[in-house]
Design a protein around this ligand. Structure first.
Ligand SMILES: Nc1ncnc2c1ncn2[C@@H]1O[C@H](COP(=O)(O)OP(=O)(O)O)[C@@H](O)[C@H]1O
Ligand SMILES: Cc1ncc(COP(=O)(O)O)c(N)n1
Length: 266
């Protein structure tokens, strides 16, 4: 039977440990029955303990991958993950500016939950120019602090940060609460210019949380590709990441990855 699937693209880095980055994104797309395509930005030597080396691809090599996908396939939605440095961010921003009718989920990957910086200092300014292209922007607590210029310790702070970051031009912002170690862990705040609300699921008590941010943004992208509204896509993605955390994988000596294939285990 010929089947025409929705197509999604991830523009992100490789995680050799398989828990985050392109590997998490493509797995998440698959478990939404969305065909996943990818443009690799960099290669990280990474495991459950952390990142030991990063090798960037040339901006031209990244744009060539994106172009190869776009000139051949209809892409309904894309996401960006680890963009690493200023030249890559600028090249990707220039390309995405020319697209029409493609939902863009921007995961402003800067700082991991463990506090490791994942992009260069001068890349942060460049990233702010990518933000206006976002259908949905998904900063974690630390990234939201950088983008809003305020410290985030309470739910009220998450809300004011979401509003401030919305002012940078994204259509909708989700400030993610996975980085808290209190009752806010796992609570996200959504703001789209009119609706300011919490996205709440049950908090999963696990240390194996590697890849949660990539998984959330990839699941939003997949749900947008499937035709859901941004808010519905965000709610569904939050459910997916919660279930993936429920079935997180106890592998490695550090923070294990979330279990993207939980539908096969239930
Ligand atoms: N222990 C947890 N229980 C439930 N949801 C969680 C938990 N940890 C993270 N999440 C969810 O995972 C998603 C990614 O958030 P977060 O971990 O903060 O992002 P990042 O990986 O970018 O630091 C969010 O929807 C967040 O609420
Ligand atoms: C290549 C790559 N991209 C992104 C992340 C962030 O991962 P997380 O989803 O845990 O925030 C990562 N650790 N490695």
């Amino acid at each position: 039977m010929a089947y025409i699937p929705p197509v999604a693209l991830t523009i992100a880095g490789s995680d050799s440990g398989g828990g985050a980055g392109i590997q998490a994104d493509l797995r998440t797309f698959s478990f939404h029955a969305v065909h996943g395509t990818s443009a690799l930005t960099c290669i990280t030597a990474q495991n459950t303990q952390g990142v030991s080396r990063v090798d960037a691809l040339a901006p031209e090599a990244i744009i060539a991958q994106i172009e190869a996908v776009f000139t051949d396939m209809g892409v309904q939605a894309l996401k960006t993950g680890m963009l690493l440095n200023q030249p890559i961010i600028e090249a990707v921003t220039d390309y995405l500016k020319g697209l029409v009718d493609v939902d863009c989920v921007i995961d402003p990957v800067m700082v991991s939950r463990t506090g490791a910086q994942l992009i260069d200092d001068n890349a942060i300014a460049a990233l702010k120019k990518l933000i206006p292209l976002a259908t949905v922007l998904t900063p974690n607590r630390y990234e939201a602090e950088i983008l809003s210029g305020q410290s985030i310790k309470t739910l009220e702070h998450m809300k004011t940060a979401a509003q401030a970051i919305h002012g940078l031009g994204a259509k909708a912002v989700i400030v993610k609460g996975g980085g808290f170690d209190n009752e806010l862990r796992g609570i996200d705040v959504w703001y789209d210019g009119t609706t300011l609300t919490k996205l709440t699921t049950s908090c999963i008590d696990t240390a194996d949380t590697h890849g949660t941010g990539c998984t959330l943004s990839a699941a939003i992208t997949a749900n947008l590709a499937l035709g859901h509204t941004p808010f519905e896509a965000a709610k569904r993605a939050k459910e997916y990441v919660t279930q993936a955390l429920n079935y997180s994988l106890r592998i490695g000596t550090g923070q294990g990855p979330v279990g993207h294939f939980y539908p096969l285990l239930t």
